[in-house]
Design a protein around this ligand. Sequence first.
Ligand SMILES: NC(=O)C1=CN([C@@H]2O[C@H](COP(=O)(O)OP(=O)(O)OC[C@H]3O[C@@H](n4cnc5c(N)ncnc54)[C@H](O)[C@@H]3O)[C@@H](O)[C@H]2O)C=CC1
Ligand SMILES: O=C(O)[C@@H](O)C(=O)[C@H](O)[C@@H](O)CO
Length: 321
Amino acid sequence: MANLDTISRTSVVGSGYMGGGIAHVLALAGYPVALADVDAATAEKSRDRLITQAAQYESLGLFPADAAAAIADKLSAAPSIEHAVSDADYITEAVPEIVDVKLETLRRISGSARPEAIIGTNTSAIPIDELAKEVHEPSRFLGVHWMNPATFIPGVELIASTYTDAETVDVAELFVRSLGKITARVADAPGFVANRLQFALYKEALAIVEEGTATPEQVDAVVSNTFGFRLALFGPFAIGDMAGLDVYKGAYETLEQAFGERFAVPEVLTTLVEQGRLGVKSGRGLLDIAESDKDALLAYRDNAYGRLSALRADLGPAPGL
Ligand SMILES: NC(=O)C1=CN([C@@H]2O[C@H](COP(=O)(O)OP(=O)(O)OC[C@H]3O[C@@H](n4cnc5c(N)ncnc54)[C@H](O)[C@@H]3O)[C@@H](O)[C@H]2O)C=CC1
Ligand SMILES: O=C(O)[C@@H](O)C(=O)[C@H](O)[C@@H](O)CO
């Protein structure tokens, strides 16, 4: 049975944007965090930066009282990668998204870490199987994809490679959840789920701008105030089931006429509509939402959207955007 008894000391290799945020979360949870970077001086500067940032977050009420002192107590700057990982039980790799840099770093990490130490790479899109080839004892290696900024985004993707031991995934999931994060296990495909979808959207948004349909500012306003607003609370399939898959099918037919194969009506959608599985309005859609939950779900939705609108009104517009 997976448990956290085996994790007491952690290390973050690559103490930049993501590694720094992950180090904040680990330190706030009470774990010693050994920071490593390109050299000792950079690791030391990162430690200073993270303590200063923690004090700022604390003053803003984003971190608990005394967070900066607690983080200062837990963060250390290691003289080397090898030194940082030598006695760590859980190691985060967060060096730049350059395959050769990651492979070399993972070779160094896994060559110096204890064989039972778990190593999680924060890669955005590189298949874990590809990175595993340079990892000594790859059964303890997996993708642990935190989102930017790691401190405040709740979701973390967990990606096992062909070599990852099931126990490793279980312990990593238990650990990341114990840090207050929401984990999702996904298969080892390039971009996993988050970036595969995020970058598909981004490319279509660029096409909209390039063809003159909207400016970048208009695209951002539409997305953040329409379906992006909904995505803060529900995923695309829940949203589709609440909208009505017959409506989705009709919209795809229009888009297919305009844009061709790229927007062809998905076969699964045609099948569901033919079966009368339109979503909440017909009892079932792509998801198995129980009929008995329908009213409560829609009531939850309306309340959540109303409260999210109030929060956004309270926050006001983002400066400069
Ligand atoms: N920035 C983002 O929005 C997100 C990035 N990621 C992924 O996280 C990883 C890190 O990205 P960022 O934090 O944005 O990069 P970053 O550039 O902010 O930080 C990378 C850190 O690694 C250090 N570094 C570079 N080469 C090194 C080496 N050979 N050994 C040790 N340290 C080295 C750098 O000095 C820097 O401190 C990448 O794989 C990236 O794709 C994942 C989610 C979001
Ligand atoms: O957006 C995020 O935080 C993650 O999905 C990422 O990995 C980033 O997109 C990164 O790839 C570039 O910011």
